[in-house]
Design a protein around this ligand. Structure first.
Ligand code: ATP
Length: 229
């Protein structure tokens, strides 16, 4: 489902020069597989998710999702890819404040299908336990509820791959397990592959597949070696 080969990404530095952030010889996730990435702050986890989401372009290498080669897509092509294939759960939820829970979920599917399938939106809100909150706006929901709406929105367009970037970081402890259970169970039920980034070992340890980004990303090893020589 996800196949990364020879991926490189670096960023311009404020003082000049470029800093390599990603140098990943190979990384892959099978269809409907659930994988977790942990790793140190600044290690490139969010950058990797952004590259897979087509929000950031790679400098080199191949990033395939299904039979789509992301590095060959135009910006419009990447927009279409995101709408058709991808769900994204952010640390900060990113719900639209002026819209109700139901409208936020429906907006998640509008780009993908060109229509708002209200039945699917209601089904997803029901699945995340918020049927009785569909007309509430984000400010009228608890943070745990907001993240559950965001999960419903991310899955609304029936993606093949869900990216979740520290989805429990801003959620109260009581809701954290609920958020993880929802992501895991819904991805399993809908056969969506999952790549989840977390700093929480309590979260990571619930998954069969957990890797430290430093073990698949040689960018910083190379930089350290270069600076020492
Ligand atoms: N647009 C950018 N321009 C320049 N440098 C960037 C940019 N985006 C990220 N970086 C740098 O890339 C490195 C990796 O950042 P990234 O956000 O991917 O790390 P992370 O592993 O997700 O960190 P954290 O766990 O703290 O969220 C950091 O050193 C950061 O400063």
């Amino acid at each position: 489902m996800l196949n990364i080969n020879g991926l490189k990404k670096s960023f311009d530095q404020p003082g000049g020069g470029r800093m390599p952030v990603l140098d990943i010889p190979h990384y892959a996730i099978a269809a409907a597989e659930q994988a977790v990435l942990i790793g140190r702050s600044g290690g490139g986890k969010t950058t990797l998710l952004h590259v897979i989401a087509g929000l950031t372009t790679a400098d080199a290498g191949s990033v395939r999702v299904g039979d789509i080669e992301l590095t060959e897509l135009s910006e419009a092509g990447r927009d279409r890819y995101r709408a058709a294939m991808l769900g994204y759960v952010f640390q900060t939820f990113n719900l639209l404040p002026g819209f109700t829970a139901l409208e936020n979920v429906r907006l998640g599917m509008s780009f993908a299908s060109g229509r708002h399938d209200i039945g699917r939106a209601r089904e997803l809100l029901n699945r995340v336990g918020l049927s009785d909150r569909e007309n509430h706006r984000p400010a009228q929901l608890s943070v745990g509820q907001q993240q559950r709406v965001a999960i419903a929105r991310a899955l609304s367009s029936k993606p093949k791959l869900l990216l979740a970037d520290e989805p429990t970081a801003n959620v109260d402890p009581a809701s954290q397990q609920q958020v993880i259970d929802l992501i895991r169970q819904t991805c399993q039920d809908e056969e969506v592959a999952l790549l989840l980034v977390t700093h929480s070992m309590e979260v990571a340890n619930q998954f069969d597949r957990v890797e430290n980004l430093a073990d698949i990303n040689v960018a910083f090893a190379a930089a350290t070696g270069a600076s020492q020589s």
